[in-house]
Design a protein around this ligand. Structure first.
Ligand SMILES: Cc1cc2nc3c(=O)[nH]c(=O)nc-3n(C[C@H](O)[C@H](O)[C@H](O)COP(=O)(O)OP(=O)(O)OC[C@H]3O[C@@H](n4cnc5c(N)ncnc54)[C@H](O)[C@@H]3O)c2cc1C
Length: 589
Protein backbone atom coordinates (compact mmCIF):
# COMPACT_ATOMS: atom_id res chain seq x y z
CA UNK A 1 0.00 0.00 0.00
CA UNK A 2 1.12 3.54 -0.68
CA UNK A 3 1.70 5.47 2.54
CA UNK A 4 0.47 9.06 2.40
CA UNK A 5 2.09 11.75 4.47
CA UNK A 6 -1.02 12.65 6.48
CA UNK A 7 -3.92 10.74 8.09
CA UNK A 8 -6.55 11.83 10.56
CA UNK A 9 -5.47 9.15 13.04
CA UNK A 10 -2.21 7.25 13.38
CA UNK A 11 -2.51 4.13 15.53
CA UNK A 12 0.67 2.39 16.72
CA UNK A 13 0.33 -1.37 17.35
CA UNK A 14 -2.36 -3.80 16.17
CA UNK A 15 -3.10 -5.91 19.28
CA UNK A 16 -6.50 -6.12 21.01
CA UNK A 17 -6.13 -2.44 22.00
CA UNK A 18 -5.01 -0.80 18.74
CA UNK A 19 -6.18 -3.22 16.04
CA UNK A 20 -9.95 -3.00 16.55
CA UNK A 21 -9.66 0.74 17.29
CA UNK A 22 -7.97 1.42 13.93
CA UNK A 23 -10.56 -0.71 12.11
CA UNK A 24 -13.47 0.96 13.89
CA UNK A 25 -12.22 4.51 13.24
CA UNK A 26 -11.85 3.68 9.54
CA UNK A 27 -15.33 2.11 9.49
CA UNK A 28 -16.60 5.39 10.94
CA UNK A 29 -15.17 7.12 7.86
CA UNK A 30 -11.89 8.49 9.25
CA UNK A 31 -8.58 8.04 7.47
CA UNK A 32 -6.36 5.86 9.64
CA UNK A 33 -2.79 4.62 9.37
CA UNK A 34 -2.08 1.55 11.50
CA UNK A 35 1.64 1.02 12.05
CA UNK A 36 2.68 -2.46 13.18
CA UNK A 37 6.27 -3.51 13.93
CA UNK A 38 5.68 -7.15 12.93
CA UNK A 39 4.37 -8.72 9.75
CA UNK A 40 1.22 -10.71 9.03
CA UNK A 41 1.18 -14.42 9.90
CA UNK A 42 -2.60 -14.76 9.76
CA UNK A 43 -2.41 -17.71 7.38
CA UNK A 44 0.40 -19.55 9.22
CA UNK A 45 -1.41 -22.59 10.72
CA UNK A 46 0.65 -22.38 13.94
CA UNK A 47 -0.95 -19.01 14.44
CA UNK A 48 -4.36 -19.27 12.82
CA UNK A 49 -5.56 -22.38 14.70
CA UNK A 50 -6.19 -21.48 18.32
CA UNK A 51 -5.39 -24.95 19.64
CA UNK A 52 -1.85 -24.59 18.23
CA UNK A 53 -1.15 -21.93 20.85
CA UNK A 54 1.96 -23.69 22.15
CA UNK A 55 3.40 -23.83 18.63
CA UNK A 56 2.41 -20.19 18.16
CA UNK A 57 4.22 -19.19 21.33
CA UNK A 58 7.41 -20.78 19.99
CA UNK A 59 7.11 -19.59 16.40
CA UNK A 60 10.02 -17.25 15.52
CA UNK A 61 7.90 -15.45 12.91
CA UNK A 62 5.70 -13.87 15.60
CA UNK A 63 7.51 -14.22 18.94
CA UNK A 64 8.94 -11.31 20.80
CA UNK A 65 11.25 -12.69 23.51
CA UNK A 66 11.36 -10.54 26.62
CA UNK A 67 13.48 -11.48 29.63
CA UNK A 68 12.29 -9.97 32.88
CA UNK A 69 12.95 -9.93 36.59
CA UNK A 70 10.48 -10.90 39.29
CA UNK A 71 12.37 -9.18 42.12
CA UNK A 72 15.40 -7.08 42.99
CA UNK A 73 17.25 -10.13 44.34
CA UNK A 74 19.45 -11.73 41.64
CA UNK A 75 20.10 -14.85 43.70
CA UNK A 76 16.39 -15.61 44.15
CA UNK A 77 15.77 -14.97 40.47
CA UNK A 78 18.13 -17.76 39.49
CA UNK A 79 16.14 -20.22 41.60
CA UNK A 80 13.27 -19.89 39.12
CA UNK A 81 13.20 -23.40 37.63
CA UNK A 82 12.96 -22.14 34.06
CA UNK A 83 15.47 -19.30 34.28
CA UNK A 84 17.00 -18.59 30.85
CA UNK A 85 20.67 -18.23 29.91
CA UNK A 86 22.42 -17.68 26.60
CA UNK A 87 25.04 -20.37 25.96
CA UNK A 88 28.41 -19.41 24.53
CA UNK A 89 27.24 -20.83 21.14
CA UNK A 90 24.25 -18.45 21.13
CA UNK A 91 21.57 -21.04 21.99
CA UNK A 92 19.29 -20.84 25.02
CA UNK A 93 19.85 -22.85 28.18
CA UNK A 94 16.81 -23.18 30.49
CA UNK A 95 17.31 -24.31 34.08
CA UNK A 96 19.25 -23.81 37.24
CA UNK A 97 22.63 -25.38 36.35
CA UNK A 98 23.89 -23.28 33.45
CA UNK A 99 26.87 -24.55 31.49
CA UNK A 100 30.18 -22.72 31.74
CA UNK A 101 30.31 -19.54 29.72
CA UNK A 102 26.51 -19.08 29.66
CA UNK A 103 25.22 -15.59 30.45
CA UNK A 104 22.03 -14.93 32.43
CA UNK A 105 19.13 -13.50 30.38
CA UNK A 106 16.28 -13.59 32.90
CA UNK A 107 12.77 -14.99 33.21
CA UNK A 108 11.14 -15.42 29.82
CA UNK A 109 8.05 -13.30 29.21
CA UNK A 110 6.14 -14.02 26.00
CA UNK A 111 4.73 -11.33 23.69
CA UNK A 112 3.88 -11.29 20.00
CA UNK A 113 5.13 -8.74 17.47
CA UNK A 114 2.76 -9.39 14.61
CA UNK A 115 -0.48 -8.14 13.03
CA UNK A 116 -2.98 -8.83 15.84
CA UNK A 117 -0.45 -8.66 18.70
CA UNK A 118 -0.61 -11.24 21.50
CA UNK A 119 -4.13 -12.20 20.38
CA UNK A 120 -2.26 -14.21 17.70
CA UNK A 121 -0.55 -16.59 20.09
CA UNK A 122 -2.55 -16.44 23.28
CA UNK A 123 -4.82 -19.25 24.42
CA UNK A 124 -7.74 -16.96 23.63
CA UNK A 125 -9.45 -17.43 27.00
CA UNK A 126 -12.04 -14.67 27.09
CA UNK A 127 -13.39 -13.65 30.49
CA UNK A 128 -15.05 -10.40 31.40
CA UNK A 129 -13.52 -8.58 34.37
CA UNK A 130 -15.42 -8.52 37.65
CA UNK A 131 -17.88 -5.65 38.15
CA UNK A 132 -15.62 -4.42 40.95
CA UNK A 133 -12.74 -4.03 38.47
CA UNK A 134 -14.77 -1.80 36.13
CA UNK A 135 -16.41 0.14 38.93
CA UNK A 136 -12.98 0.79 40.44
CA UNK A 137 -12.01 2.80 37.34
CA UNK A 138 -15.24 4.80 37.64
CA UNK A 139 -14.50 5.42 41.33
CA UNK A 140 -10.91 6.63 40.97
CA UNK A 141 -11.68 8.88 38.02
CA UNK A 142 -15.24 9.95 38.80
CA UNK A 143 -16.10 8.96 35.22
CA UNK A 144 -19.30 6.92 35.36
CA UNK A 145 -18.85 5.71 31.78
CA UNK A 146 -16.44 3.10 33.19
CA UNK A 147 -19.23 1.57 35.28
CA UNK A 148 -20.03 -2.07 34.79
CA UNK A 149 -23.35 -1.45 32.96
CA UNK A 150 -21.72 0.75 30.32
CA UNK A 151 -18.83 -1.67 29.90
CA UNK A 152 -21.29 -4.51 29.43
CA UNK A 153 -22.83 -2.58 26.54
CA UNK A 154 -19.39 -2.42 24.89
CA UNK A 155 -19.07 -6.19 25.27
CA UNK A 156 -22.45 -6.62 23.61
CA UNK A 157 -21.47 -4.52 20.62
CA UNK A 158 -18.18 -6.34 19.94
CA UNK A 159 -19.13 -9.95 20.65
CA UNK A 160 -20.67 -12.62 18.50
CA UNK A 161 -21.39 -15.10 21.27
CA UNK A 162 -22.09 -18.18 19.19
CA UNK A 163 -21.89 -20.35 22.32
CA UNK A 164 -25.00 -18.59 23.63
CA UNK A 165 -26.92 -18.22 20.41
CA UNK A 166 -30.39 -17.79 21.87
CA UNK A 167 -29.32 -15.62 24.76
CA UNK A 168 -30.45 -12.05 24.14
CA UNK A 169 -28.30 -10.72 26.99
CA UNK A 170 -25.31 -11.39 24.73
CA UNK A 171 -24.29 -9.71 21.48
CA UNK A 172 -24.43 -11.69 18.25
CA UNK A 173 -23.29 -9.36 15.50
CA UNK A 174 -19.90 -8.07 16.61
CA UNK A 175 -16.51 -8.89 15.09
CA UNK A 176 -15.36 -11.01 18.05
CA UNK A 177 -16.62 -14.56 17.64
CA UNK A 178 -16.68 -16.34 21.00
CA UNK A 179 -17.04 -20.12 21.32
CA UNK A 180 -16.77 -22.52 24.24
CA UNK A 181 -13.95 -25.06 24.27
CA UNK A 182 -14.97 -28.72 23.86
CA UNK A 183 -14.06 -31.16 26.60
CA UNK A 184 -14.36 -34.94 26.22
CA UNK A 185 -16.64 -36.25 28.92
CA UNK A 186 -18.30 -39.20 27.10
CA UNK A 187 -19.70 -42.11 29.04
CA UNK A 188 -16.99 -44.03 30.84
CA UNK A 189 -14.26 -41.60 29.66
CA UNK A 190 -11.47 -40.53 32.00
CA UNK A 191 -12.34 -36.94 31.09
CA UNK A 192 -15.89 -37.42 32.35
CA UNK A 193 -14.72 -39.07 35.57
CA UNK A 194 -12.24 -36.28 36.27
CA UNK A 195 -14.79 -33.50 35.69
CA UNK A 196 -17.28 -35.37 37.89
CA UNK A 197 -14.96 -35.38 40.93
CA UNK A 198 -14.56 -31.62 40.55
CA UNK A 199 -18.35 -31.23 40.26
CA UNK A 200 -18.81 -33.27 43.44
CA UNK A 201 -16.24 -31.13 45.26
CA UNK A 202 -17.94 -27.85 44.33
CA UNK A 203 -21.42 -29.15 45.23
CA UNK A 204 -22.54 -29.52 41.58
CA UNK A 205 -22.38 -33.31 41.54
CA UNK A 206 -26.08 -33.68 40.77
CA UNK A 207 -25.93 -31.58 37.59
CA UNK A 208 -25.10 -33.20 34.22
CA UNK A 209 -21.43 -32.62 33.46
CA UNK A 210 -22.29 -31.43 29.92
CA UNK A 211 -24.50 -28.72 31.39
CA UNK A 212 -21.76 -27.58 33.77
CA UNK A 213 -19.35 -27.27 30.87
CA UNK A 214 -21.80 -24.89 29.20
CA UNK A 215 -22.09 -22.63 32.24
CA UNK A 216 -21.40 -19.10 31.06
CA UNK A 217 -18.79 -17.25 33.08
CA UNK A 218 -19.63 -14.03 31.20
CA UNK A 219 -23.34 -14.27 31.95
CA UNK A 220 -25.30 -11.08 32.49
CA UNK A 221 -26.08 -11.89 36.05
CA UNK A 222 -25.88 -9.66 39.11
CA UNK A 223 -24.36 -12.32 41.38
CA UNK A 224 -21.93 -13.56 38.74
CA UNK A 225 -18.67 -12.56 40.40
CA UNK A 226 -19.59 -14.34 43.61
CA UNK A 227 -20.52 -17.59 41.88
CA UNK A 228 -18.04 -20.45 41.96
CA UNK A 229 -17.84 -23.92 40.42
CA UNK A 230 -17.34 -25.33 36.93
CA UNK A 231 -17.67 -23.21 33.77
CA UNK A 232 -16.92 -23.71 30.09
CA UNK A 233 -13.80 -21.94 28.80
CA UNK A 234 -14.73 -19.23 26.31
CA UNK A 235 -12.32 -18.43 23.48
CA UNK A 236 -12.02 -15.81 20.76
CA UNK A 237 -12.16 -18.40 17.97
CA UNK A 238 -14.81 -19.72 15.63
CA UNK A 239 -16.42 -23.17 15.69
CA UNK A 240 -13.63 -24.52 13.44
CA UNK A 241 -11.01 -23.34 15.94
CA UNK A 242 -9.75 -20.44 13.80
CA UNK A 243 -8.54 -17.44 15.77
CA UNK A 244 -10.80 -14.41 15.60
CA UNK A 245 -9.62 -11.02 16.78
CA UNK A 246 -7.71 -7.94 15.63
CA UNK A 247 -6.10 -9.66 12.64
CA UNK A 248 -9.40 -10.94 11.18
CA UNK A 249 -11.22 -7.65 11.93
CA UNK A 250 -8.50 -5.58 10.26
CA UNK A 251 -8.50 -7.88 7.20
CA UNK A 252 -12.30 -7.74 6.95
CA UNK A 253 -12.08 -3.94 7.05
CA UNK A 254 -9.44 -3.85 4.32
CA UNK A 255 -11.34 -6.12 1.92
CA UNK A 256 -14.79 -4.66 2.55
CA UNK A 257 -16.30 -3.34 -0.68
CA UNK A 258 -17.29 -0.15 1.13
CA UNK A 259 -13.57 0.73 0.97
CA UNK A 260 -12.99 2.05 4.44
CA UNK A 261 -10.02 4.46 4.62
CA UNK A 262 -7.71 2.14 6.58
CA UNK A 263 -4.05 1.80 5.64
CA UNK A 264 -1.88 -0.80 7.38
CA UNK A 265 1.89 -0.54 7.32
CA UNK A 266 3.66 -3.69 8.52
CA UNK A 267 7.35 -3.91 9.48
CA UNK A 268 7.07 -0.37 10.84
CA UNK A 269 8.65 0.16 14.27
CA UNK A 270 7.52 3.46 15.76
CA UNK A 271 10.40 5.20 17.49
CA UNK A 272 8.81 8.41 18.79
CA UNK A 273 5.83 10.73 18.72
CA UNK A 274 6.37 14.13 17.08
CA UNK A 275 5.11 17.25 18.86
CA UNK A 276 4.48 20.86 17.95
CA UNK A 277 3.83 23.77 20.25
CA UNK A 278 2.39 26.96 18.88
CA UNK A 279 2.96 30.25 20.64
CA UNK A 280 -0.49 30.38 22.26
CA UNK A 281 -0.61 26.65 23.14
CA UNK A 282 -0.44 25.73 26.80
CA UNK A 283 0.79 22.24 26.05
CA UNK A 284 2.49 20.50 23.12
CA UNK A 285 0.34 18.70 20.56
CA UNK A 286 1.15 15.30 19.05
CA UNK A 287 1.23 15.82 15.29
CA UNK A 288 2.63 12.54 14.01
CA UNK A 289 5.18 9.82 14.56
CA UNK A 290 8.60 8.77 13.37
CA UNK A 291 9.16 5.11 12.53
CA UNK A 292 11.73 2.73 11.12
CA UNK A 293 10.68 0.67 8.15
CA UNK A 294 12.28 -2.77 7.91
CA UNK A 295 11.80 -6.37 8.99
CA UNK A 296 12.55 -7.65 12.50
CA UNK A 297 14.05 -4.40 13.75
CA UNK A 298 13.09 -4.79 17.42
CA UNK A 299 15.64 -6.72 19.47
CA UNK A 300 12.96 -8.94 21.10
CA UNK A 301 12.35 -10.42 17.65
CA UNK A 302 14.49 -13.60 17.49
CA UNK A 303 15.30 -12.82 13.85
CA UNK A 304 16.65 -9.33 14.60
CA UNK A 305 20.25 -8.33 14.03
CA UNK A 306 22.13 -5.32 15.37
CA UNK A 307 23.09 -4.33 11.83
CA UNK A 308 19.54 -3.90 10.57
CA UNK A 309 18.73 -0.26 11.16
CA UNK A 310 15.70 0.30 8.90
CA UNK A 311 14.69 3.38 6.96
CA UNK A 312 13.56 6.43 8.94
CA UNK A 313 10.09 7.72 7.97
CA UNK A 314 7.66 10.26 9.36
CA UNK A 315 3.92 10.59 9.05
CA UNK A 316 1.48 13.25 10.23
CA UNK A 317 -1.79 12.85 12.13
CA UNK A 318 -4.22 15.72 11.63
CA UNK A 319 -6.41 14.64 14.56
CA UNK A 320 -4.67 12.26 16.97
CA UNK A 321 -1.89 9.80 17.58
CA UNK A 322 -2.89 6.66 19.50
CA UNK A 323 -0.25 4.44 21.08
CA UNK A 324 -1.21 0.76 21.46
CA UNK A 325 2.16 -0.97 21.63
CA UNK A 326 1.25 -3.11 24.63
CA UNK A 327 2.35 -3.13 28.25
CA UNK A 328 6.11 -3.00 27.62
CA UNK A 329 6.23 -0.97 24.42
CA UNK A 330 3.71 1.80 25.08
CA UNK A 331 5.69 3.15 28.06
CA UNK A 332 8.89 2.71 26.06
CA UNK A 333 7.48 4.75 23.14
CA UNK A 334 6.25 7.48 25.51
CA UNK A 335 9.64 7.72 27.17
CA UNK A 336 11.51 7.81 23.87
CA UNK A 337 9.16 10.66 22.93
CA UNK A 338 10.05 12.69 26.03
CA UNK A 339 7.09 11.72 28.21
CA UNK A 340 8.09 10.06 31.45
CA UNK A 341 10.05 10.63 34.66
CA UNK A 342 12.38 13.56 33.84
CA UNK A 343 15.36 12.07 35.67
CA UNK A 344 15.20 8.86 33.63
CA UNK A 345 14.80 10.72 30.33
CA UNK A 346 17.71 13.04 31.03
CA UNK A 347 19.93 10.05 31.79
CA UNK A 348 19.49 9.02 28.15
CA UNK A 349 19.69 12.58 26.76
CA UNK A 350 16.04 12.60 25.78
CA UNK A 351 14.51 16.11 25.87
CA UNK A 352 11.65 16.23 28.34
CA UNK A 353 8.29 17.09 26.77
CA UNK A 354 6.32 16.33 29.96
CA UNK A 355 7.70 15.15 33.29
CA UNK A 356 5.21 12.32 33.92
CA UNK A 357 6.63 10.18 36.73
CA UNK A 358 4.07 7.36 36.42
CA UNK A 359 5.05 6.16 32.92
CA UNK A 360 6.35 2.60 33.25
CA UNK A 361 5.47 2.24 36.93
CA UNK A 362 2.90 0.29 39.00
CA UNK A 363 2.89 -2.59 36.53
CA UNK A 364 0.41 -5.21 37.63
CA UNK A 365 -0.08 -8.89 36.77
CA UNK A 366 -1.93 -11.97 37.94
CA UNK A 367 0.05 -14.63 39.80
CA UNK A 368 0.02 -18.07 38.23
CA UNK A 369 1.12 -21.50 39.36
CA UNK A 370 0.05 -25.07 38.75
CA UNK A 371 -0.34 -28.40 40.43
CA UNK A 372 0.61 -31.18 38.08
CA UNK A 373 0.80 -34.91 38.58
CA UNK A 374 1.02 -38.21 36.76
CA UNK A 375 -1.84 -40.68 36.96
CA UNK A 376 -1.22 -44.38 37.59
CA UNK A 377 -1.82 -45.05 33.90
CA UNK A 378 -2.30 -43.22 30.61
CA UNK A 379 -5.50 -41.18 30.50
CA UNK A 380 -7.99 -41.72 27.68
CA UNK A 381 -10.60 -39.38 26.21
CA UNK A 382 -9.46 -36.36 28.16
CA UNK A 383 -9.12 -33.62 25.53
CA UNK A 384 -9.92 -30.02 26.44
CA UNK A 385 -9.85 -28.06 29.67
CA UNK A 386 -12.61 -26.80 31.91
CA UNK A 387 -12.59 -23.82 34.23
CA UNK A 388 -13.29 -23.84 37.96
CA UNK A 389 -13.79 -20.53 39.72
CA UNK A 390 -13.12 -20.58 43.46
CA UNK A 391 -12.75 -18.27 46.41
CA UNK A 392 -9.76 -18.43 48.70
CA UNK A 393 -10.50 -18.72 52.43
CA UNK A 394 -9.83 -14.98 52.80
CA UNK A 395 -12.28 -14.13 49.99
CA UNK A 396 -14.93 -16.33 51.59
CA UNK A 397 -14.38 -14.74 55.00
CA UNK A 398 -14.68 -11.22 53.57
CA UNK A 399 -17.48 -12.15 51.14
CA UNK A 400 -15.31 -10.85 48.30
CA UNK A 401 -15.56 -11.83 44.64
CA UNK A 402 -14.06 -15.10 43.42
CA UNK A 403 -10.28 -14.75 43.32
CA UNK A 404 -9.01 -18.06 41.92
CA UNK A 405 -9.46 -19.24 38.35
CA UNK A 406 -8.35 -22.82 37.78
CA UNK A 407 -8.33 -24.68 34.50
CA UNK A 408 -7.90 -28.41 34.66
CA UNK A 409 -7.16 -31.08 32.09
CA UNK A 410 -4.57 -33.46 30.72
CA UNK A 411 -1.95 -30.94 29.70
CA UNK A 412 1.22 -29.37 31.01
CA UNK A 413 1.53 -25.63 31.43
CA UNK A 414 4.19 -24.46 33.87
CA UNK A 415 4.73 -21.01 32.42
CA UNK A 416 6.85 -19.90 29.48
CA UNK A 417 10.43 -20.39 28.35
CA UNK A 418 12.07 -21.00 24.96
CA UNK A 419 10.83 -24.42 23.86
CA UNK A 420 7.98 -24.64 26.44
CA UNK A 421 6.15 -26.78 27.56
CA UNK A 422 7.65 -29.91 29.11
CA UNK A 423 5.40 -32.79 28.13
CA UNK A 424 5.05 -35.60 30.66
CA UNK A 425 3.13 -38.07 28.51
CA UNK A 426 -0.44 -39.32 28.46
CA UNK A 427 -0.75 -39.70 32.24
CA UNK A 428 -0.20 -35.97 32.91
CA UNK A 429 -2.99 -34.01 34.57
CA UNK A 430 -2.88 -30.42 35.72
CA UNK A 431 -4.89 -27.70 37.34
CA UNK A 432 -3.37 -24.36 36.40
CA UNK A 433 -4.17 -21.62 38.92
CA UNK A 434 -4.58 -17.92 38.22
CA UNK A 435 -4.74 -15.76 41.35
CA UNK A 436 -6.63 -12.60 40.46
CA UNK A 437 -6.09 -9.11 41.87
CA UNK A 438 -2.88 -9.83 43.78
CA UNK A 439 -1.69 -7.08 46.11
CA UNK A 440 1.68 -6.15 44.62
CA UNK A 441 1.49 -3.63 41.79
CA UNK A 442 4.99 -2.32 41.82
CA UNK A 443 6.50 -3.46 38.52
CA UNK A 444 8.54 -1.11 36.33
CA UNK A 445 9.51 -0.70 32.69
CA UNK A 446 12.59 1.51 32.35
CA UNK A 447 14.78 2.39 29.39
CA UNK A 448 18.02 0.48 28.90
CA UNK A 449 19.17 2.93 26.24
CA UNK A 450 17.78 5.56 23.89
CA UNK A 451 17.88 3.09 20.97
CA UNK A 452 14.23 2.29 20.10
CA UNK A 453 15.28 -1.18 18.94
CA UNK A 454 16.47 -2.15 22.43
CA UNK A 455 14.13 -3.89 24.87
CA UNK A 456 13.52 -2.00 28.10
CA UNK A 457 14.45 -3.29 31.56
CA UNK A 458 11.39 -4.99 33.09
CA UNK A 459 11.00 -5.88 36.76
CA UNK A 460 7.67 -7.15 38.12
CA UNK A 461 8.61 -6.94 41.85
CA UNK A 462 6.19 -9.71 42.76
CA UNK A 463 5.12 -10.14 46.38
CA UNK A 464 6.41 -6.72 47.51
CA UNK A 465 3.09 -6.21 49.21
CA UNK A 466 0.52 -8.61 50.64
CA UNK A 467 2.84 -11.58 50.28
CA UNK A 468 1.28 -13.62 53.09
CA UNK A 469 -2.28 -13.18 51.91
CA UNK A 470 -1.48 -13.88 48.26
CA UNK A 471 0.61 -16.98 48.95
CA UNK A 472 -2.05 -18.26 51.31
CA UNK A 473 -4.76 -17.77 48.65
CA UNK A 474 -2.72 -19.60 46.01
CA UNK A 475 -1.99 -22.41 48.46
CA UNK A 476 -5.74 -22.68 49.11
CA UNK A 477 -6.18 -23.36 45.39
CA UNK A 478 -3.34 -25.90 45.29
CA UNK A 479 -4.66 -27.80 48.31
CA UNK A 480 -8.18 -27.78 46.95
CA UNK A 481 -7.04 -29.28 43.63
CA UNK A 482 -4.85 -31.84 45.38
CA UNK A 483 -7.70 -33.02 47.60
CA UNK A 484 -10.03 -33.31 44.61
CA UNK A 485 -7.55 -35.23 42.47
CA UNK A 486 -7.04 -37.68 45.33
CA UNK A 487 -10.67 -38.70 44.80
CA UNK A 488 -10.14 -39.80 41.19
CA UNK A 489 -11.16 -43.40 40.47
CA UNK A 490 -8.75 -46.11 41.60
CA UNK A 491 -6.39 -46.94 38.78
CA UNK A 492 -6.05 -43.22 37.93
CA UNK A 493 -5.34 -42.04 41.49
CA UNK A 494 -3.15 -41.71 43.38
CA UNK A 495 -1.44 -39.10 41.21
CA UNK A 496 2.32 -38.77 41.54
CA UNK A 497 2.58 -35.03 42.10
CA UNK A 498 5.44 -33.27 40.32
CA UNK A 499 4.93 -29.93 42.05
CA UNK A 500 4.46 -27.94 44.24
CA UNK A 501 5.12 -31.10 46.30
CA UNK A 502 7.46 -33.54 44.67
CA UNK A 503 5.11 -36.47 45.34
CA UNK A 504 2.04 -37.24 47.40
CA UNK A 505 4.07 -39.78 49.36
CA UNK A 506 6.40 -37.14 50.76
CA UNK A 507 5.16 -34.85 53.47
CA UNK A 508 5.52 -31.32 52.17
CA UNK A 509 4.90 -28.45 54.58
CA UNK A 510 2.89 -25.31 53.88
CA UNK A 511 6.07 -23.28 54.25
CA UNK A 512 7.86 -25.40 51.64
CA UNK A 513 4.98 -25.12 49.22
CA UNK A 514 4.75 -21.35 49.68
CA UNK A 515 8.47 -20.99 49.08
CA UNK A 516 8.23 -23.07 45.90
CA UNK A 517 5.21 -21.06 44.72
CA UNK A 518 6.90 -17.76 45.48
CA UNK A 519 10.07 -18.70 43.62
CA UNK A 520 8.23 -20.12 40.62
CA UNK A 521 5.20 -17.87 40.22
CA UNK A 522 4.83 -17.00 36.55
CA UNK A 523 2.55 -14.63 34.71
CA UNK A 524 1.54 -13.40 31.28
CA UNK A 525 -1.26 -10.90 31.93
CA UNK A 526 0.80 -7.76 32.53
CA UNK A 527 -1.05 -4.43 32.51
CA UNK A 528 -1.03 -0.90 33.93
CA UNK A 529 2.27 0.70 32.86
CA UNK A 530 0.49 3.80 31.45
CA UNK A 531 -2.44 3.77 33.77
CA UNK A 532 -5.62 5.77 33.90
CA UNK A 533 -6.04 7.60 37.19
CA UNK A 534 -7.73 10.51 38.89
CA UNK A 535 -6.54 14.12 38.66
CA UNK A 536 -5.13 13.87 42.19
CA UNK A 537 -2.96 10.86 41.36
CA UNK A 538 0.54 12.10 40.51
CA UNK A 539 1.43 8.74 38.94
CA UNK A 540 -1.61 8.69 36.64
CA UNK A 541 -0.45 8.73 33.00
CA UNK A 542 -3.89 8.97 31.36
CA UNK A 543 -7.15 10.66 32.18
CA UNK A 544 -10.35 8.63 32.04
CA UNK A 545 -10.64 9.23 28.27
CA UNK A 546 -7.21 7.67 27.57
CA UNK A 547 -5.61 11.12 27.01
CA UNK A 548 -1.94 11.37 27.95
CA UNK A 549 -1.68 14.01 30.65
CA UNK A 550 0.17 17.21 29.81
CA UNK A 551 -0.07 17.00 26.01
CA UNK A 552 -2.78 17.24 23.37
CA UNK A 553 -3.73 14.84 20.60
CA UNK A 554 -2.19 11.74 22.19
CA UNK A 555 -3.86 8.71 23.79
CA UNK A 556 -2.77 5.27 24.92
CA UNK A 557 -5.27 2.49 24.21
CA UNK A 558 -4.16 -0.98 25.26
CA UNK A 559 -3.73 -3.16 28.35
CA UNK A 560 -1.25 -0.67 29.80
CA UNK A 561 -4.16 1.72 30.49
CA UNK A 562 -5.84 -0.43 33.18
CA UNK A 563 -5.28 0.92 36.69
CA UNK A 564 -4.94 -2.67 37.85
CA UNK A 565 -4.98 -6.05 36.16
CA UNK A 566 -8.62 -6.87 35.29
CA UNK A 567 -10.11 -10.18 36.40
CA UNK A 568 -8.68 -13.53 35.48
CA UNK A 569 -7.61 -12.89 31.87
CA UNK A 570 -7.01 -9.46 30.31
CA UNK A 571 -7.75 -9.96 26.63
CA UNK A 572 -11.55 -9.60 26.65
CA UNK A 573 -11.37 -6.54 28.94
CA UNK A 574 -8.79 -5.07 26.51
CA UNK A 575 -11.13 -5.60 23.54
CA UNK A 576 -13.88 -3.89 25.59
CA UNK A 577 -11.53 -1.04 26.53
CA UNK A 578 -10.66 -0.59 22.85
CA UNK A 579 -14.35 -0.31 21.98
CA UNK A 580 -14.82 2.26 24.74
CA UNK A 581 -11.85 4.26 23.47
CA UNK A 582 -13.34 4.24 19.96
CA UNK A 583 -16.57 5.78 21.31
CA UNK A 584 -14.64 8.35 23.39
CA UNK A 585 -12.46 9.35 20.42
CA UNK A 586 -15.49 9.67 18.11
CA UNK A 587 -17.20 11.89 20.68
CA UNK A 588 -14.24 14.31 20.46
CA UNK A 589 -13.87 14.17 16.67
C1 LIG B 1 1.42 -16.57 25.23
C2 LIG B 1 0.31 -15.70 25.72
C3 LIG B 1 -0.90 -16.29 26.09
C4 LIG B 1 -1.95 -15.48 26.53
N1 LIG B 1 -3.16 -16.05 26.82
C5 LIG B 1 -4.20 -15.26 27.15
C6 LIG B 1 -5.49 -15.79 27.31
O1 LIG B 1 -5.73 -16.98 27.09
N2 LIG B 1 -6.49 -14.94 27.68
C7 LIG B 1 -6.26 -13.61 27.91
O2 LIG B 1 -7.18 -12.91 28.29
N3 LIG B 1 -5.05 -13.08 27.74
C8 LIG B 1 -4.02 -13.86 27.34
N4 LIG B 1 -2.81 -13.30 27.09
C9 LIG B 1 -2.64 -11.83 27.26
C10 LIG B 1 -3.32 -11.01 26.16
O3 LIG B 1 -3.14 -11.60 24.91
C11 LIG B 1 -2.76 -9.58 26.21
O4 LIG B 1 -3.07 -9.06 27.47
C12 LIG B 1 -3.34 -8.69 25.11
O5 LIG B 1 -3.01 -9.18 23.85
C13 LIG B 1 -2.83 -7.27 25.28
O6 LIG B 1 -3.24 -6.48 24.19
P1 LIG B 1 -2.51 -5.10 23.85
O7 LIG B 1 -3.23 -4.50 22.71
O8 LIG B 1 -2.36 -4.34 25.11
O9 LIG B 1 -1.01 -5.48 23.43
P2 LIG B 1 -0.35 -6.56 22.47
O10 LIG B 1 -1.27 -7.70 22.23
O11 LIG B 1 0.98 -6.83 23.06
O12 LIG B 1 -0.16 -5.80 21.08
C14 LIG B 1 0.78 -4.79 20.90
C15 LIG B 1 1.15 -4.68 19.43
O13 LIG B 1 1.95 -3.52 19.24
C16 LIG B 1 3.02 -3.80 18.38
N5 LIG B 1 4.10 -2.86 18.69
C17 LIG B 1 4.79 -2.77 19.85
N6 LIG B 1 5.69 -1.77 19.80
C18 LIG B 1 5.55 -1.20 18.58
C19 LIG B 1 6.21 -0.12 17.93
N7 LIG B 1 7.18 0.58 18.53
N8 LIG B 1 5.84 0.20 16.66
C20 LIG B 1 4.84 -0.50 16.03
N9 LIG B 1 4.21 -1.55 16.61
C21 LIG B 1 4.56 -1.89 17.88
C22 LIG B 1 3.36 -5.24 18.68
O14 LIG B 1 4.05 -5.83 17.60
C23 LIG B 1 1.99 -5.85 18.90
O15 LIG B 1 1.44 -6.32 17.70
C24 LIG B 1 -1.75 -14.07 26.64
C25 LIG B 1 -0.54 -13.50 26.26
C26 LIG B 1 0.48 -14.30 25.80
C27 LIG B 1 1.74 -13.65 25.41
Amino acid sequence: TKINSTYEYVVVGSGPGGGPLAANLARAGHSVLLLEAGDDQGSNPNISQILNFNKAGNDPTTRWDFFVKHSDDPEREKKFEHYVYRRANGEFYVGMSPPKGASALGIYYPRAGTLGGCAMHNAGVSVNAADTDWNYIAEITGDETWGTEEMRRHLLSIENAVYAVNDTTHGHSGYLTLTQARVSVGNGSDGGALVQIVADAVGQGEVEVEALLKRDMNAQDKGRDLRTGIFGQIRHADAEGRRVGPNSFIKATLVDGRKFPLTVSLNSLVTRVLFEKEANDTSPRAVGVEYLEGESLYSADPRSSKNATGVVKQVTASREVIISGGVFNSPQILKLSGIGPASELLKWNISVVVDLPGVGTRMSDNYETSIIGLAQRDLHNVSGTHAVMLKSAAAIAANRTRDLYLFCGSFSFEGYWPGFPTEFGKSEYECAIVHMNPHSQDGTVTLRSSDPRDMPEINFRFYEEGEDEDLKAILDGVKWARSVLAKAPAGIAPFRELHPCKSTEVNCTDAEQKEWIKLNTYSHHATSTCQIGGDDDRLAVLDSKFRVRGVKGLRVVDASAFPRVPGAFPVLPTFMLSEKAFRDILADA
